[in-house]
Design a protein around this ligand. Structure first.
Ligand code: FAD
Ligand code: NAD
Length: 510
């Protein structure tokens, strides 16, 4: 059972105050945590007031249910009675009431489209909207696609296939030059083949029920200068295929990335190592039938079922170590994903992750996030400002910049933690600083012991201005900041005060 503290939730400095899309979380009453909500949904209470009946809801009917104690919201054509959930909503009642008696899909997508509302609110389901929209949101017709792409200076992607006796090659023509192995995510299970290509802010899907059986493993090649992706499948039987197969959902369609749902695959826990007293390095192995590389600075979602409810939270993959990748780049078809995860004893998901046994499975989504490694090109100074596990996006950035950005003169990490014991990978950071003279790390502790003679306090103008010294005047600089939301928000304000421009700052938020 959770040891739920008695103070208001979340505690004043709890990372639960993380804002989603810039929104702060509000204190919830005691007994109104997510875990309490899950218990409530299992209690057998009639949460819709309809005694388990599902109804068709007209727009007129939906509009009538617009009060706190009688509040219906439509998300993607399904209507939920959210009144019983009001007090449990981490964003607060007012936030939910913004969508009362109406279609809340856009609002929901803006704030937290990754939250698995179907599972969280399944006991609140009233029914479907009576009239379904003709084209599901996000799907664009061929003409719309071409028009949109032309406006953005892009060409419409397409695919083709060819075969030999032993193989079938699916070719995706993205017609973009900045395509690499991390632009395409491939999953095939049984006869279902799915290749999602990320082209700028769009997702292009090749989704087919293959006509014949293929082996589990396959290879992916990218011809970068023409933006061509080749996926080579091995035939199980050396026969000639008349067709590739039957189209599945969203096949051959381009969807704005924000409207393309998250796709999960089950990954197996391979190892779990202590890093600090509360942070562990988890290694998950991708299924053999998956090709997925998480781009630098991006995160994925981990999905775990807790007493029948699917809980989804974001985590940022890291390299196995700060030193190994620096010496020897990871092979491109790497099958492992590493995460540094802090376990919060009273948290909902992390204790569950902590209790996973080697061999257990966790669902992992495709990557999300806006960071592009092109931001690092031509840089002279790179400053990383991290607090606690806000260090995680910095890991791959640090590795990449030191190995690939030839113009780099200086890379500094300013690492805020509560105590010395909380510093993640301290000895690796120090070894790296010895190894590479361009790299330097400084720790700032907010709750040090009396023995600590380094810097102390929280993010402040004095600390930042001392730290952010450029290698040369007007150098090309990037500053990345990540940590608890109040930390990141204060940091951005202070950086603007220190005359860093918007383009020179990248902040990691939900
Ligand atoms: P929660 O249930 O959210 O609880 C967190 C805190 O609130 C704990 O301190 C807990 O003690 C307290 N709390 C819980 N219930 C109560 C209550 N009723 N009353 C008072 N206090 C309570 N984290 C990482 O470790 N590694 C990463 O790589 C990482 N990447 C991230 C990337 C992004 C883009 C974002 C937005 C977050 C990332 N996080 C990462 C944070 C992660 O998503 C989770 O928020 C975190 O793991 C906590 O999850 P939890 O369910 O265990 O805790
Ligand atoms: P923590 O509680 O151990 O705090 C670490 C340091 O952050 C503190 O020593 C302090 O200097 C600073 N800090 C904490 N609260 C502050 C406040 N209210 N104002 C100013 N400074 C403050 O941190 P943690 O438990 O490791 O939490 C890390 C946070 O980073 C989580 O909220 C997590 O969601 C977030 N995170 C975000 C991403 C992302 O990509 N957006 C990635 C990883 C982690």
């Amino acid at each position: 059972m959770l040891n739920v503290p008695s103070q208001s939730f979340p505690g004043p400095s709890s990372q639960q105050r993380v804002a989603s899309g810039g929104r702060s979380k509000v204190p919830l009453k005691q007994g109104r945590s997510l875990m309490d909500w899950i218990r409530m949904t299992k209690s057998g209470k009639d949460l819709t007031g309809l005694k388990g009946r599902l109804i068709e809801v007209t727009e007129e009917e939906l509009k009538k249910h617009n009060k706190k104690d009688d509040c219906w919201i439509c998300i993607r054509g399904f209507v939920y009675n959210v009144s019983p959930y009001m007090e449990y909503h981490p964003g607060g009642e007012d936030e939910l009431m913004r969508a009362a008696g109406s279609d809340g899909t856009d609002l929901f997508d803006q704030v937290h489209r990754w939250v698995n509302y179907e599972s969280m609110l399944k006991e609140c389901l009233v029914g479907r909207m009576a009239v379904k929209p003709a084209v599901p949101k996000g799907l664009l017709s061929k003409t719309q696609v071409t028009d949109t792409l032309t406006k953005e200076g892009l060409n419409s992607p397409s695919y083709d296939w060819f075969q030999t006796d032993s193989s079938v090659t699916i070719v995706i023509y993205t017609k973009q030059k900045d395509i690499s192995l991390d632009s395409v995510i491939v999953d095939h299970q049984g006869d279902s083949f799915r290749a999602e290509t990320i082209i700028k802010d769009y997702s292009y899907l090749v989704h087919i029920a293959l006509s014949h059986e293929v082996e589990e493993d396959f290879s992916v090649r990218v011809v970068e200068n023409v933006g061509k992706i080749e996926i080579i499948l091995k035939k199980k039987e050396h026969t000639s295929w008349k067709c590739l197969g039957l189209p599945l959902e969203r096949h051959n369609l381009l969807t704005p990335k924000k409207d393309a749902g998250l796709y999960y695959r089950k990954c197996q826990l391979v190892s779990k190592e202590d890093v600090t007293h509360d942070t562990k390095l988890f290694c998950l192995m991708l299924p053999p039938c998956t090709h997925l590389q998480v781009p630098i600075g991006q995160h994925v979602y981990l999905k775990v079922t807790i007493t029948g409810t699917e809980i989804v939270k974001p985590y940022t993959p890291v390299s196995y170590s700060l030193l190994s990748e620096f010496q020897k780049p990871v092979p491109p078809n790497n099958k492992y994903i590493y995460f540094l995860i802090k376990i919060y004893p009273a948290g909902l998901l992390t204790p569950k992750l902590d209790h996973l046994q080697i061999g257990d499975f966790v669902s992992v989504s495709g990557p999300e996030g806006n960071f592009k490694k092109s931001k690092l090109q031509e840089l002279e100074d790179l400053f990383l400002v991290a607090a606690g596990t806000g260090f995680t996006p910095m890991v791959k950035i640090l590795n990449y910049a030191l190995s690939n950005v030839l113009s780099l003169r200086k890379l500094k990490l300013m690492f805020f933690n509560k105590t010395e014991d909380d510093i993640i990978w301290r000895s690796q950071l120090e070894k790296l600083a010895c190894k590479d003279k361009r790299f330097d790390v400084e720790y700032i502790l907010s709750a040090p012991t009396s023995e600590w003679n380094g810097k102390q306090g929280q993010i402040s103008p004095a600390l930042l201005s001392e730290f952010l010294k450029r290698s040369v005047e007007n150098s090309r600089v990037l500053l990345c900041i990540c940590g608890p939301t109040p930390f990141t928000e204060q940091g951005i304000e202070l950086l603007h005060d220190l005359c860093f421009s918007k383009e020179e700052i990248y902040s990691f938020t939900a």
